[in-house]
Write a protein that binds this ligand. Sequence first.
Ligand SMILES: C[S@@+](CC[C@H](N)C(=O)[O-])C[C@H]1O[C@@H](n2cnc3c(N)ncnc32)[C@H](O)[C@@H]1O
Length: 378
Amino acid sequence: MKNTVTLIATAAMGLEAVVANEVRQLGYKDATVENGKVIFEADHDAIARCNLWLRTADRVKLLIGEFEARTYDELFEGTKALPWEQYIPEDGKFPVTGKSHKSTLYSVPDCQSIVKKAIVEKLKQKYGIANWLEESGSEHKIEAALLKDKVTITLDTSGAGLHKRGYRVGQGDAPLKETLAAALVQLTNWRVDEPFFDLFCGSGTIPIEAALIGQNIAPGFNRSFSAEEWTFINSSIWDKALEEAEDLANYDQPLAIYGSDLDPKMINIARDNAMEAGLADLVQWKQMNAADFHSKEDVGYIVSNPPYGERIGDKKEVEAIYQKLGAVLKDYPAWSKYILTANENFEALFGQKASKKRKLFNAFIKTDYYQYFGKKSK
Ligand SMILES: C[S@@+](CC[C@H](N)C(=O)[O-])C[C@H]1O[C@@H](n2cnc3c(N)ncnc32)[C@H](O)[C@@H]1O
């Protein structure tokens, strides 16, 4: 097998550039950005390193092959021609999922079963098996994605999505995905020695992600990944990547990260989550109305995901929260403020035009990230 692999870090819509930036920072400079994905060549080590370190990607997939298919025959033959025996052992489990967009072969269930059949046939031939394959061993999740008649076949190296860091023991009604929370932090100019506040912290996702970034803790340090079970990958890549993560973590970095929320139940949940993340008392939690915010610091960062008022009846209440927030934060012109909301009238309610806006999706909700740049501390 080749030493290099082509990896695809999948990204939520709007986060591709952020994911690409992370990929490049890990040392994989020639990353190409497409809709929803970042593609790059790397050695096997990258499978472990990317799963462990990428804070904003959804998954890391391994490209098995690409070809054109307009008929089921072409799909079958194209799939069968790939060297499946290099990836899937005799007892390997390999569920197949699919998607199809703007393609002649539009029936996803049919495409999935053709791909499955082609792989089964190839493996039976290669392993000399007459009957069925047991599929009792390690799992190799396969995806066949058709776009404009081009088939892209990948193996999912991550397993559970990378947002599942393993620290979320509790949550509220509208938790942010950990990957999006990390992106919100990365899209700021916050330096780890500056004060950082989330005034609507809910279950604590933004402050927890900020603390992990602040101490350079790999977000995947406390979880496992599908590819750890794969025999075609030398298991030493995982030990090496974990050792590297341990070396690079800066547990002595002091942080001034604060999370507050009106709801005392959320504060308890946030504290439990932070504890689970191994952050103990690194983040300071407090029950507080955002309207009561005050600080003696000259500069700092506020990064928040307040309620959006999507539900009927909540709208007026949320508008009042934005107005009060704008009024209180007027006294902190040197502070940087970053607010994610779906409310299109946010700037008017907050009373100030944002320095910059960025479109992002919070799950399926179209939101804007309103960015108000303050002064840098010296
Ligand atoms: C969208 S949720 C935040 C979710 C959070 N980012 C997470 O990942 O769990 C909004 C939060 O704002 C809180 N909240 C509502 N009104 C508030 C106010 N006036 N001051 C502070 N927090 C408030 C709610 O209790 C809720 O936890």
